[in-house]
Design a protein around this ligand. Sequence first.
Ligand code: G1P
Length: 256
Amino acid sequence: MKALIPAAGHGTRFLPVTRVIPKEMLPVGAKPAIQLIAEEALAAGAEEVVIVISPDKDIIRRYFEGDSGLAPHIRWACQTEQLGLGHAVLQGADILAGEKEPVLVLLGDALVSGRAPSADMVAISRQTDGASVVGLEEVPVEKVSRYGIVKGAPYGIAAVDHAFDGRVWKLDDMVEKPSPESAPSRMAIAGRYLLDPAIFRFLACQKPGHGGEIQLTDAIRNLMSQKNVYGYRYPGRRHDIGNPAGYRETLEAFAC
Ligand code: G1P
């Protein structure tokens, strides 16, 4: 299995420090946040991790090619224009589009404390004929407009692991950043995806959506017309390191 970490965003919610230090390089203990994310991917069974950076974030590459211990597992892709999350993921297509197995996508600004979601998502995919799985989190109705929101219904999978009980959903729609009135649920897409490699075909012809950006959510919605997509309301807690308050919370959670 291979993984991809999009880490090319501008970090505007964490200025001015992100003018010189990418948010993904902020330390959590002695490691930059993105190393913890790469380690989650490797622990879930990824043999290789493609990191998508922008030209001004080469410090991330220099870090991994130094003495991180992970360099043999990392490959690089570059996003030169910030056209959205879907566009960032598409930059990995040259390396990943020919994969046979689903590709794990871990957002570079989302750390999860507690039980890591990625390995569970791989296990759920194996029990659903290699289907795509999207990590989910329930959010209050006033926050649905910050997330991709899914529509679906609870789905019982063979109970090889009771940790999944009541946490797996079969999805039939998703919408990026809906208004509270139009949101199909309060289940938000939460930073982790395990995606059928066909996603790259859909991304390649994906038109701009919410905010004029090429949205990964829209491409997964199109993928759903051909392939099953499941959701996993994972038990760990997601932390957004892309803003000062989220970063402070991350440090507290990882200090324990
Ligand atoms: C992205 C995705 C969104 C998802 C969110 C959190 O939004 O587009 O669907 O819910 O990450 O994982 P962003 O936070 O980049 O605006």
